[in-house]
Design a protein around this ligand. Sequence first.
Ligand SMILES: Cc1ncc(COP(=O)(O)O)c(C=O)c1O
Length: 371
Amino acid sequence: MKYAELANSGVLEQPVYEPGKPIESVAREFGLDPLKIAKLASNENPFGASPLGMAAAERAIRSIHLYPDGGCYDLREKIAEVRGVSPEAVLIGNGSNEIIELLGHAFLRPGDEVVMGAQAFIVYKLVAKLFGATPVEVPMPGFCHDVDAMLAAVTERTRLLFVASPNNPTGMANAESDLIRLAEQLPEHVIFCLDEAYAEYLEQAPDLRAAISAGRKVVCMRTFSKIYGLGGLRVGYAYGDPELIQLLQRVRQPFNVNSVAQAAATAALGDLKFLEKCRVENEAGRQFLCEGLTAMGFETHAGQANFVLSRVGNGKMIFEQLQQRGIIIRPLAPYGMPEYIRITIGTAAENAKLLAMLGELVESGVIADAR
Ligand SMILES: Cc1ncc(COP(=O)(O)O)c(C=O)c1O
């Protein structure tokens, strides 16, 4: 008997998440100097980690012989203060990815349905499948979540509904009024999961706390992997009704978030100077990239996060060409968008290098062939 025959139903059809290619593997493959490679593939922070977060991580490393605080007391207190909620309303996860999975553990059974956008963050689909639930993918006109279409897709079997705003990989955000309407109009048996991974890049993040207090079934998720620059430490959080949060606490591992991550995230939350610098640089980079890409004739979507979307013809071919030249971006065929690439907004030097390399590809005719 082979192992596959012993596997749980669904495991064999479970797609594998394809992350952005690591710098080291591109360096090995193409014989490049890793220090000269620009990774604009995973929406990380090109300016590094919050300095306050890094200093706290260095201090915390002296105690790694001890288990972490399983309840993440300090971090939950700090998040509660910043978000204006009670600590009981906060759950810390090993990245917000873990929280998406915990929602599956707590609420999904085989045969349930999970409503999501057709070009939404792919992990929603993977988690639905993992628990034997059916992903119900709703078209996204203009690459934005369509609240009315999502409401219309809800059935008796729907348990979870995901919206990322801004969405990855499309970058589009929904108006706060749309999200509140969604929270108010969903039936009682559906939990609205609002993924705010890129909320810090918005001029004003939507506020669903009133809907939560009023008893609407809403859970919001945030991450330290983006603007705080702590992707390597894996830490994210959810906030919502304490009853929902307590259910999620039951299904997590006892020590799901390590001590270095907890310390770094607690300090990074208060690093307002760093956040402001990153926001300003990100806006300048967005404008620079969008102008450059548009000037080259590419349909480009600026979005409201830390990446832009561009239609280059054959996304995979452009990805491969750029990779050979030391730039890693993300081709979007796995999202059903084979003509598009997603480019994380980098430092000014990285953005300039990207445009220069693309310019070379246009001039040499490679891009024309890819169209
Ligand atoms: C919309 C969205 N949600 C969640 C995540 C997961 O982030 P984390 O690193 O916190 O697991 C990402 C990461 O790219 C994302 O784009």
